[in-house]
Design a protein. Structure first.
Lengths: 502, 327
């Protein structure tokens, strides 16, 4: 069982100005689950792109089942049995599940036309392997994110994949859904003879499911095929960042003079929320925790006026208010929202840092006739850019050229510049490396210490527990329970899980 | 597969079919002459070539692009078709074949340049629009070809048996049927829709972008060519301004039929019904003796209504998914 199904020997790859891979090695044993780790910029994605035929290495060998192969296109990789399940969902949303699964090889009738009955029968087989009890005729857009993910894996299997590459597969799954995914992954490794390369930022998952670990740092191997049994979290983090993890210790104590800035009473919304009660005090961080689909993001969207609140009262500083649009939320009540989907909803990727940061303040600084000059904006935003240590050559750099962590900082800077009293932060650290994550955590705490009230939505339990003063657990668009957070991981997480699975 | 009424309501064409039936019923009740053989004949003639023009645009919308040159291709083919017969005395079948080849060639050019340059089809077809139209005007010097062979003229006037059904509409109906099969039952058609839904996903699935884009433009050019020749049959002459007024109506019908301009969602039957609705409304306004100058206002209102209805339906589905699809 120790033969290698995929091997990369001393691969080098350079891009203009960067050496992305420097003598990198990777060895995947047949029938194993292998973690590929590294911080953003460590060369992980370059290695993945070489394995999947998107890029070609400048030098070095790639062997599949012991034989040297040259992958010129992603198609070649598929042909040799390598399939990727990307972070971005890659199903055709308007097509049925069955058609998506069979799209590369649609069964045809004698006349050469597509045979939809056969599609349903053939795809059913792959759905069953993934324990998916769904009708193959269901349209993909009707599925939950977790099920889409399982469909993608089913699709990869249907392509006769022997090597499956999972890129951050759990980033939008709840813990329960992740657990389900893991048991299925173990099953397909055992039953279908698949080998898996697992890329994740969540180390808990790596320890949960992987057999071996390869860590890249600055394009070089920090370790190659190390057995998971020889590692612990501390060692792994040290391998990844070259030093030990700095855990943000929050020594915040809840303020004595409780000064409620936002109060929600008996809120109902058109999206289906019921009986929502919530009190946010000045300089407090409250966390909204729950499974994906519990209605957390939806709740804050109703709060800032993107969707309608149908009953109940919203009080800000003790006064009843109606927030009918994000514009009112920002300009009148100083509520800012940092979206979980920073690429789609938070930032305008093809605009530069200046434009993105100042978007929230144009209306504040425009002159009488509505003109805004770059200089006026720059004066206003530069303090925030430097305070957050955004790494950008200039404020005229395009957002799309910044790293994920720096993009997130711009999202935050944007709302800081607007001078918000209440900041809603949705999944701030998804897909962000450990170093930047710790930095963002520190930043959130500092913001609260300076008087901003924060609503934090996160599916990352350690993050939730280290940052929040109070954790509100949501389930099925209702509040399942409230946990006073004393920052002791074991007891608080147990209490949260109890509310979720009650 | 058992078809339930609720699943019928989800189809784009079902609502339109009801609109068509209701409007025919209302108009015929007020003005029974609406259903007179002559009137039905006129209605079908005007539907015939518009149907093909709408499909020529629809297939490009399917891949998330636009073809501004549909009318220019149709016009170029129309004058080539009639010119070849009048000036060079080429036989009708040969001239039809040449016309089709020119359409395919123009479509291929659109697709090929779009793929190779990576520039949006909107801009490429804007350029080719002028080129095709320029060739058209250069060749004809804005003079129509009048000497169309009798066979062609007869075809343009022929009716199916003793019915008021014009022969002109037979070809568009067959083409609509073939297009339905193409978009729903063939691999290339499905790949086009997949590409329209998400270029990135389609490429990861190993679908060849260039193949998809070029074939869509080739089919679009072919359909525009057929429409151009049908118009020659109907007008009984080949004038250089054929195709000049096609562009905006070519978008109207697919959009009324629920197509999304971003790509990935088109419906052949709904597009055909969209053409029919536009024709019925225009016809009704004539019957009710409403000033023809006002027809466009109604057309505009129709489009607005259609997109609002579609938007509302999508919104409803979105909300119901948000509420019911929670695990």
């Amino acid at each position: 069982m120790n033969e290698l199904c995929l091997e990369i020997n001393s691969a080098n790859k350079s891009f203009p100005g960067v050496k992305a891979l420097d003598q990198a090695n990777f060895k995947l044993k047949k029938g194993s689950i292998h973690a590929l780790l590294g911080e953003n910029g460590a060369g992980k994605s370059t290695l993945i792109k070489i394995i999947t035929g998107v890029h070609k290495q400048d030098s070095g060998l790639l062997l599949i089942n012991g034989k040297e192969k040259i992958l010129n296109t992603p198609n070649d990789a598929t042909k040799f049995g390598i399939s990727v399940v990307h972070q971005e969902r890659n199903l055709i949303r308007r097509f049925s599940v069955g058609e998506n699964l069979m799209l590369n090889n649609l069964p045809k009738t004698a006349l050469g036309l597509i045979d939809y009955d056969k599609i349903a029968i053939q795809s059913k087989k792959w759905l069953e392997i993934m324990d998916l009890d769904i009708d193959p005729n269901t349209t993909v857009s009707e599925l939950t994110v977790a099920k889409m993910q399982l469909c993608e894996i089913a699709k990869a299997l249907s392509l006769k994949a022997e090597i499956l590459l999972l890129d951050e597969p759990t980033s939008s799954l709840s813990p329960q859904e992740s657990e389900n995914l893991f048991s299925l992954l173990r099953k397909i490794v055992r039953d279908e003879g698949v080998s898996i390369v697992f890329v994740s930022h969540k180390l808990e998952e790596v320890f949960n499911i992987c057999d071996e670990v390869t860590v890249l740092r600055d394009g070089k191997n920090a370790c190659t095929s190390e057995s998971i049994n020889n590692l612990d979290r501390k060692k792994l983090v040290k391998l990844m960042i070259g030093r030990e993890e700095q855990i943000v210790k929050s020594d915040r104590k809840s303020d004595d003079n409780k000064d409620a800035i936002l109060t929600l009473t008996n809120i109902k919304t058109e999206l289906g929320h019921k009986d929502i009660q919530l009190e946010l005090n000045r300089a407090e961080i409250i966390g909204l925790y729950g499974l994906v689909g519990a209605g957390r993001t939806e709740l804050v969207k109703c709060l800032i006026g993107l969707e309608k609140i149908t009953a109940g009262s919203v009080k800000i500083n003790g006064k009843d208010v109606t927030i009918d649009s994000p514009k009112t939320a920002l300009e009148k009540f100083k509520i800012g929202y940092i979206s979980e989907d920073r690429k789609k909803e938070g930032l305008i990727l093809i605009h530069n840092v200046l434009d993105n940061t100042s978007i929230t303040i144009w209306s504040q600084i425009k002159r009488a006739i509505g003109l805004v000059t770059d200089k006026m904006i720059a004066d206003k935003i530069n303090p925030y850019i430097s305070e957050l240590e955004v790494k950008t050559p200039s404020i005229y750099q395009l957002i799309s050229n910044l790293s994920g962590g720096n993009q997130q900082k711009i999202s935050v800077a944007k709302w800081l510049a607007a001078g918000t009293d209440i900041l809603i932060i949705d999944e701030p650290t998804v897909g962000i490396d450990i170093k930047t994550k710790a930095y963002l955590h520190k930043l959130i705490i500092e913001l609260a210490d300076k008087g901003t009230s924060i609503i934090l939505i996160s599916s990352d339990m350690p993050e939730m527990i280290s940052l929040s003063d109070k954790i509100i657990v949501m389930k099925d668009f209702q509040i399942a329970g409230i946990v006073e957070n004393d920052h002791s991981y074991d007891s608080v997480s147990a209490e949260i899980m109890e509310y979720i699975h009650k | 597969m058992n078809i339930k009424l609720t699943s019928l309501f989800k189809k784009d064409w079902f609502g339109l079919l009801i609109v068509v039936l209701i409007s025919i019923f209302i108009i015929a009740t007020i003005k029974p002459t609406f259903l007179s053989p002559f009137n039905l004949y006129v209605l079908m003639v005007s539907t015939s070539y518009m149907l093909i023009i709408a499909l020529a645009q629809m297939i490009i919308i399917a891949i998330g692009q636009m073809n501004l040159s549909v009318g220019a291709i149709g016009g170029l083919v129309a004058i080539s078709f009639s010119g070849l017969m009048e000036v060079y005395q080429i036989s009708v079948p040969m001239a039809v074949l040449m016309g089709l080849l020119i359409g395919v060639g123009c479509g291929f050019l659109n697709g090929y340049i779009t793929v190779k340059s990576g520039i949006s089809a909107f801009i490429i077809t804007l350029a080719t629009l002028y080129i095709f139209k320029g060739i058209n005007l250069g060749v004809t010097e804005a003079e129509p070809f009048y000497n169309i062979p009798e066979t062609v003229k007869n075809f343009g006037n022929a009716k199916v048996g003793n019915t008021p059904i014009p022969f002109l509409i037979v070809i568009p109906i067959v083409i609509t049927f073939l297009m339905w099969i193409f978009m729903n039952r063939t691999e290339t058609g499905r790949h086009m829709l997949a590409y329209g839904n998400s270029i990135q996903s389609a490429e990861l699935l190993g679908i060849s972008s260039s193949k998809v884009v070029i074939s869509a433009h080739v089919i679009s050019g072919l359909l525009a060519a057929i429409a151009g020749m049908l118009v020659v049959c109907r007008l009984q002459l080949g004038t250089p301004n054929i195709g000049d007024s096609w562009l905006l109506p070519s978008f109207a019908a697919p959009v009324i039929g629920g197509a999304i301009l971003a790509g990935g969602k088109v419906d052949v039957i709904a597009t055909a019904l969209g053409v029919l609705i536009v024709a019925i409304i225009s016809q009704a306004l004539v019957i009710f003796k409403i000033d023809p100058f006002f027809v466009q206002i109604f057309l505009g209102l129709m489009i607005l209504l259609a997109v609002f209805v579609n938007r509302y339906r999508e919104y409803k589905q979105e909300v119901s998914r948000k509420i019911f699809n929670i695990e």
